[in-house]
Write a protein of this length. Structure first.
Length: 210
């Protein structure tokens, strides 16, 4: 199964992607994490991406598309994959169609902006493996330490309140139109992001029919 997860920053896409990946035994491809790896390695693409992310803006389509297409050619994607963070614009969605990459279902995780602001301000991410936690909703076993690899948990620069507001504004302007795009294709499945993660997962699996 080839899936796309849509939703504003902080709507819970990453958490649900992990659960779907485990359920269906397919990889999650987070373009955000791949880009942050490039930034950490200070590659040419990473340096370009950093300038946009620090301003709360989206990384240019041509950069994201190049990274993604290389990733889905790998062996672990033969039986399907989950795209988390791509596409974010209509041109990106059209690029998938032009590349004859057929998507089975698009899940739209929906949540109000006010709740997202509260969520993201408490989010922490592992500096090594990218696993996300939350100071209130998904605490690590040991404060400040990743349960998976033991890496240091950090607050991303793009999770401060003003940057979050900027990111939400960009999302509504550039990414939200994808909802209509995929609805017209007949593959959109809206899912309400609930306060309880398990409840949201139940709705996600129901939408996927698994």
């Amino acid at each position: 199964m080839k899936l796309i997860l849509l939703g504003a920053p902080g709507a819970g896409k990453g958490t649900q992607a992990e659960r779907i990946a485990k359920k269906l035994n397919i990889p999650t491809i987070s373009t955000g994490f791949i880009i942050r790896q490039a930034i950490s390695a200070q590659t040419d693409l990473g340096k370009i991406a950093k300038d946009f992310i620090d301003k709360g803006q989206l990384v240019p389509d041509e950069v994201v598309i190049k990274i993604l297409f290389e990733r889905i050619k790998e062996d672990d994607c033969k039986n399907g994959f989950i795209l988390d963070g791509f596409p974010r614009t209509i041109p990106q969605a059209e690029a998938l169609v032009e590349a004859d990459i057929r998507i089975d279902k698009v899940l739209s995780i929906e949540l109000e902006d006010e709740v997202i602001l509260d969520r993201l301000s408490g989010r922490r991410e592992c500096s090594k493996c990218g696993k996300t936690f939350h100071v209130l909703f998904q605490k690590p076993q040991k404060e400040g330490i990743c349960d998976v690899c033991g890496g240091e948990l950090i607050c991303r620069k793009d999770d401060n309140p003003e940057t979050i507001k900027s990111r939400l504004s960009v999302y509504h302007k550039q990414t939200e139109p994808l909802i209509a795009f995929y609805k017209n294709m007949g593959i959109l499945a809206p899912v309400e992001s609930k306060k309880d993660v398990e409840a949201t997962t139940k709705e996600v699996f129901k939408a996927l029919g698994v």
